[in-house]
Ligand binder design. Structure first.
Ligand code: AMP
Ligand code: GLY
Length: 429
């Protein structure tokens, strides 16, 4: 039977999902708050709607007779989109609202790890009172990471000794109106992501990726949703060993075992420290940009995974092309603190050369494509080595039109990778 898939979300990650399903035996529809021209091109129908409005999404899913749904971003998961689709008899690949708390509630996430003895949990405390949290900051011997418990688009965390001073952290808490915060030990090391596709008690893991959270080159500036990312031709990254990768996979396995019948993507963000692999956070969905590294090298039909998940079958084994990938984002000037939205994008898709172009949070109108307040587009290069992939991505960036946009040209470069390797070597000595 041919499937009809509804894709929920309109960013770069969802463009990558759409592309990975485009050659499968499925009719594809999508809905999002912004009209993403890349997704529009790959689908039989695209509806602009508020994707946290579960009634509207279910209604569109019913209109198109969807036999499956895939949810990209966290906001609709937090709004209970999977529960709502399930109630309407439509299987969605993504966690129910209560399971999505592994991402949407960082206090829940840490307590969950503690209660289930999941390895890699840092020291932490949770607070509901700002002054209690400030007192803890004063008492604590060492640096802390200050994390609002709820969703902040990856932009809410402040690390003492890195982005803020002790006084700055307290000021941040007093000035913001977060009702719950987590304070946890500052982890020092190199960050990496491992994502797993999960259903029917099984998980299938994907290669490690390193994202770049900071807005500016050299890892300076404010945190963003992610400026770009790379993966190697092997499962691990140049600064880590195969054992480190497997340690991360073991954390994901223990988490899936502890979560009762989780389904969807389980995304682990890890810090490789001198003492091993530690969990920075879990997400309940593909990473963005990470989906743009993973899906282009996935040779298993993604639709087969979705269908097996829905039908209660064994998930197919995943296979990947042994190719390195480098993804670089173009974001509006001023992003993330003061992004200039509403600028007309001049992207020449044909000039992407050997790279693949993914549209992100842009909006297609009658007279062109416009930026929003979030990331605009990404280019992804594939190569035998990270350097080769980087050159392909970089060439595409320069022709995609940089006017009014900002990008990190250092992502995936030899010198940056060498810095990561040296950093880990230094910590492990
Ligand atoms: P998150 O929103 O949890 O992904 O955090 C955003 C960023 O804050 C991460 O990518 C890390 O760079 C940093 N971060 C979060 N938790 C910690 C921690 N315990 N120690 C050091 N850095 C952290
Ligand atoms: N790349 C980080 C995230 O998707 O949250």
């Amino acid at each position: 039977m041919s499937e009809t898939v509804l894709l929920v979300g309109g960013g770069g990650r969802e463009h990558a999902i759409a592309r990975s399903l485009a050659d499968s035996d499925a009719t594809l529809y999508a809905c999002a708050g912004n009209r993403n021209p890349g997704i529009v091109d790959l689908t039989d129908g695209f509806e602009t709607l508020e994707i946290t409005n579960t009634t509207a999404v279910v209604s569109y899913a019913e209109d198109v007779d969807a036999t499956l749904a895939v949810v990209g971003p966290e906001a609709p998961l937090a709004a209970g989109i999977v529960d709502a689709l399930e109630d309407a008899g439509i299987y969605a690949f993504g966690p129910f609202e209560s399971d999505a708390r592994i991402e949407t509630d960082k206090a829940f996430q840490r307590r969950f790890m503690q209660n289930h003895d999941i390895p890699g949990c840092p020291d932490f405390e949770t607070f509901e009172d700002v002054e209690d949290a400030c007192a803890y900051i004063d008492e604590y011997d060492g640096d802390l990471a200050v994390k609002p418990a709820g969703l902040t688009g990856g932009k809410g965390v402040k690390v003492i000794g890195d982005q803020v001073t002790t006084e700055g952290a307290k000021e941040y808490l007093r000035d913001s109106d977060y009702d719950r915060v987590v304070l946890e030990e500052r982890l020092v090391g190199e960050e990496f992501t491992v994502q797993a596709l999960v259903a029917n008690g099984q998980l299938r893991v994907t290669p490690a990726i390193q994202d770049h959270k900071r807005a500016y080159e050299g890892d300076e500036g404010p945190n963003t949703g992610g400026m770009g990312s790379y993966s190697d031709a092997s499962l691990e990254l140049p600064f880590m060993t195969e054992d480190d990768y497997h340690e991360a996979v073991d954390v994901l396995k223990a988490t899936v075992d502890a979560l009762d019948d989780y389904r969807g993507v389980l995304y682990g963000q890890f810090m490789l420290t001198a003492d091993g692999v530690t969990v920075i956070e879990f997400n309940a969905r593909f990473g963005d940009p990470e989906a743009m590294n993973t899906l282009p090298v996935l040779t298993t039909d993604f639709l087969d995974v979705l269908v097996a998940a829905r039908d209660g079958d064994d998930l197919p084994k995943l296979t990947f092309e042994s190719r390195a990938t480098v993804c670089k984002y173009g974001v509006p000037a001023g992003y993330p603190t003061d992004p200039e939205s509403g600028a007309k994008l001049r992207i020449d898709e044909q000039s992407a050369g050997d790279a693949t172009l993914f549209y992100a949070s842009v909006d297609e109108r009658d007279d062109g494509i416009y930026t929003t307040t979030s990331r605009s587009f990404a280019v992804v290069g594939l190569g035998e080595t990270i350097s080769e992939a980087e050159k392909i991505a970089e060439e595409a960036l320069s022709v995609a039109g940089e006017e009014g946009l900002h990008m990190r040209h250092d992502i995936g470069t030899k010198s940056l990778i060498q810095r990561r390797i040296d950093h880990m070597k230094e910590l492990r000595n």
